[in-house]
Ligand binder design. Sequence first.
Ligand code: NAI
Length: 681
Amino acid sequence: MSMNPELANWRMEEIDDTVVLTLDVAGQSSNTLSSAVLEEFDRVLGQIEGRPLKGIVIRSAKTRSFIVGADVTQFRTISDAMQATGLARTAQGVFSRLARLPFPSIALIHGNCLGGGLELALACTYRIAREDEGTRLGLPEVRLGIHPGFAGTVRLPRLVGDLAALDLMLTGRSVSARQALALGLVDEIVPDRHLLDAAYAFAARHPRPKRAPWWKHVPSWSVLRKPVVRLLQRPLRKKVDPEHYPAPYRILDLWRRAAAQDAEALSLGEMMVSRTSRSLVDIFLIGEELKRRGRRQPHGVTHVHVIGAGTMGADIAIWAAFKGFRVSLQDQNQEALARAIGKAHGFYRKKLRKRAAIQDAMDRLMPDTNGNGLRRADLVIEAIIENADAKRDLLKSVEGIVRPDTLLATNTSSIPLEILGEALKDPSRLVGLHFFNPVAQMQLVEIVRGRQTGEEALDRARAFTVAIDRLPLDVQSSPGFLVNRVLMPYLIEAMVMVEEGVAIEQIDLAATRFGMPMGPVLLADTVGLDICLSVAEMLAVPLGIQVPERLRETVARGNLGKKSGRGFYVFDKSGRPKRKAVRRHSDVPVTERMILRMLNGAVACLREGVVSDRDAVDAGMVYGTGFAPYLGGPMRYAEALGEVGIASSLKRLAHEYGSRFDPDEGWSRPELLSHRMLPQD
Ligand code: NAI
């Protein structure tokens, strides 16, 4: 029986003096806590708080989630810190009202229970989670450059203990229902069919609510707070630059001060309007938009056939089978296949842990020497050596075997799709699916459109990419597509500086201090200098890039980087580069040369229409290379520097170092720079 027809997002029923309140946010596939949702929740609490009820059960009507967090799209409408603080205080107020109800409240959790959703559950008397792999609980706020703001920093330590709470908040990681039970984050885990009964039982029994045992609060003794923070900061500093990402340091600071809800709200306000948070939120939302575009059509794929079990083919096959697809992996080389299967086993063991799940994944991945899987394949991904003739011959023979509706894809990094399509009777079915190395870490996949690629092939390729939990980004088939095209000038400039005598350690340090995940010299060594050289040579003519002699010489001597133990760096047995100490120099001249070449390339891609808009450039570089996420990608960084200023810096560098720095004409075309994926406020 619904008592409240004017509620748009909540459904309220009353069964046997217990209110069951179901959240079903209108028009969304998962629940988020917008102001409207919170405001309705507050009204409901107002209606029931004076009544003699046995309890209230809060659950979600969505299939895959309880509540995924605050409404991130609303973050972009916040213009100042006070406004953000005000929103946090409002939510804190609603949750306090929930916590103060005179009868027990029970959160029934299935699927994702994240951020503000978990904070709501924390304000309940009890939490019961559905026992399955799909249930995940966590406070991922740091990943958006903020920290919990709906009293999570206050309530979580009380429930699970200080160190466990800090770990969850600092890493933003989520835990399964079983782990949540072990942590004390939930009171009980039960199968789906028992959820509601378990809730009624808790309401009837009303046991004493859980709290972490006293010893889990030892770190919060006032004499210990400071040393504990120092201890936790040390490893954090190695991974996270506080200037770029202040939020985790804020979490520690709030905890050190034993801050109350009001201090949490004030701090959240500041974090929310920081450049870091704005950038991370934008990049997250662009990622969501790419997924949304990918979900518009069905992919129609159950069986994937991958040809080439080398570095990339093996990883793609392993990943697709991990994500539930049936995969056959073909290679003419038995050893390559054996290596791939060994690698798969190691990967699944690490990720899946449970024996049955590992076995299932292994069963989905079939080594295939003769290409038997081709006849059954809905999608074929070619990942053999980077040679146009070899790929063309292969695609031609594949077309003769597969069904007419099988989608054909290539993982080529540099060969134009038009050239590969020549081998096919129907080139409209050929699309580029350009993955990045390592596949399990890099979220981006470039969806490459050749002149003849058909819309249906593109739609299916995007949808498949989303289905394996990667982000599809449309790019035109042009040299280097987007990511390599923008990255290569940066790598080359680093090598030019090596030739000039700048220490490799200094170059890499400048790049990591800027916010790159790895310096360019170490990156080149890690990818393999032979691969870098071949991509550089491929791009040299069309893009007018000069390949540094030093790179050719190093490769000619057989020093291919990490895989051969020596490249620009010498690597120790465990694959770590030996670094020499360098004197402290200013990073600016080094960073400026590398980054401005990258920005210049990014604008050239926009001008040539390689991607549709500047947000696509940012998403590509952040998700494909890890480009300083706190800056929000190259185009957001360029905007902050000012386009006019960049053009004049490039002119100065061109004067000093040559025409490779000539500013791209795109800098003086504001109409090019104004296209975006996200709405502008
Ligand atoms: P790789 O040399 O590691 O592996 C190629 C594999 O293909 C070898 O195992 C070889 O035995 C097999 N092979 C060659 N011809 C074959 C044929 N006709 N039939 C069946 N198997 C055959 O190469 P890698 O690095 O995996 O590159 C593969 C493709 O992926 C290339 O097109 C490359 O440009 C592209 N790519 C490479 C990236 C990287 O970082 N290595 C990144 C993104 C794309």
